[in-house]
Design a protein around this ligand. Structure first.
Ligand code: FNR
Ligand code: LAC
Length: 383
């Protein structure tokens, strides 16, 4: 691995996550930019994720006691310093030579939870070893993609357990890549030296000979696509808590609760899989209502401000994850950049809490969210 410049610093004038994004655009080549920033198809969900947080208005309370306030939350039996985790993002050495190692160091220093991708470009063992003994670090979770061969899946699970990961996050919304038009236009391929190192040595089974009329997708690539049975199977194979990432339908949330999973990540994969799904900010309260507190909920997609974090918690999440913003921080200044992104978000969260009269995050007042009244004298229109 190339030695990075010792403690690169964040360029002056970067004071928000949007500033990091603009700077990263200058930092990354066109292909890496297309991969990290892009979404699926027309990128409607990608845009909707952002827009939905922006459209929710906060209705602050004044003159509330604030002294002794803090951002601590409870999650899976642990107290976290704050509710911001780093979402699994593949191939981070494409953003910076230190890749996931820099990200992990920054997360540990800032007490942020880290979810490492199955497709990380630094091995899951190296990442865990670098940070697992850091005092004050947040949770260390491993994101799992079920491999076609269940033996290979088990191998990954055993490695994650042995390395010290504390939960598994099974991603269920991407049995196949979305239609990544932006990547295809840019001619995206992984640069030399950046690989899914955790999966090395795994040879995919040859695809079966298709009979006429069979689909290369359903009868080929997806012939062993994961199902709910695999979730139950996985639960019998590991002592680690299992969370599901990528649930949007309330009925799927109920099914997950029936299987007694440890938690749900309400996510549309940052708009990278199925385009035209609703924004996660719109889905979250419906899932929260469907579950009535049965499972801890986390949410990601378009979270860029401390106010977004506060809104997510008011809508029923216990914590949030951010994806692209920290990768932009990584591209801009390595570990310092990731730490800066986390610091900005947390500082903004504290300011938002103080200005909303919210000393703690639990309990959080639902009436913090503004709901416009229907227009006065509006008449009900029946058809
Ligand atoms: C992702 N995401 C993702 N999710 C996952 O479960 N495994 C993975 O390997 C990846 N890889 C990945 C790569 C890149 C470049 C991006 C942008 C995203 C999805 C990620 O965990 C998360 O759901 C979204 O990124 C959240 O949205 P924001 O914060 O990026 O808007
Ligand atoms: C992605 C895959 C790796 O979103 O999850 O690029």
């Amino acid at each position: 691995m190339n030695a990075p410049p010792a403690l690169a610093s964040v360029p002056p004038g970067i004071v928000s996550l949007a500033d990091h994004e603009a700077q990263a655009r200058r930092q990354l080549d066109d292909k890496a930019w297309a991969y990290f920033s892009g979404g699926a198809a027309d990128e409607l969900t990608l845009a909707a994720n952002r827009q939905a947080w922006d459209e929710i208005r906060l209705l602050p309370r004044v003159l509330q006691p604030l002294s002794g306030g803090h951002t601590r939350v409870q999650l899976l039996g642990r107290t976290l310093a704050h509710p911001i985790l780093l979402a699994p993002v593949a191939f981070q050495r494409m953003a910076h030579p230190d890749g996931e190692l820099a990200t992990a160091h920054a997360a540990a220093a800032l007490g942020a939870g880290l979810v490492l991708s199955t497709q990380s470009s630094v091995s899951l063992e190296r990442v865990a070893q670098a940070v697992r003994d850091e005092p004050g670090r947040g949770p260390l979770w491993f994101q799992l993609y079920l491999q076609e061969d269940r033996g290979c899946t088990l191998d990954l699970v055993r490695r994650a357990e042995a390395a010290g990961y504390e939960a598994l996050v099974l991603t269920v919304d991407a049995p196949v890549h979305g239609a990544r038009d932006r990547e295809r236009r840019a001619g995206f391929t992984l640069p030399a030296g950046v690989r899914a190192v955790n999966l090395e040595g795994q040879l995919p089974d040859p695809l079966p000979q298709l009979r006429s009329g069979q689909s290369a997708l359903f009868d080929g690539l997806l012939r062993r696509a994961p199902t709910w049975d695999d979730v139950s199977w996985l639960q019998t194979q590991t002592r680690l808590p299992l969370l599901l990432k990528g649930v949007l339908h309330p009925e799927d949330a109920r099914q997950a609760a029936r299987l007694d999973v440890a938690g749900l990540l309400v996510s549309n994969h940052g708009g990278r899989t199925l385009d035209t799904t609703p924004a996660t900010a719109a889905v979250l309260p419906r899932i929260a209502d469907a579950l009535g507190g049965a499972l801890p909920l986390l949410v990601d997609g378009g979270i860029r401000r401390g106010t977004d974090v506060l809104k997510a918690l008011a809508l029923g999440a216990s914590a949030v994850l951010v994806g692209r913003p920290y990768v932009y921080g990584l591209a801009n200044a390595g570990a310092m950049g990731v730490a800066h992104v986390l610091r900005l978000l947390r500082d903004e969260l504290e300011i938002a809490m103080a200005l909303c009269g919210q000393r703690e995050l639990n309990p959080i007042r639902r009436d913090l969210l503004w709901e416009p009244l229907p227009p006065k004298n509006s008449t009900q229109i029946h058809d």
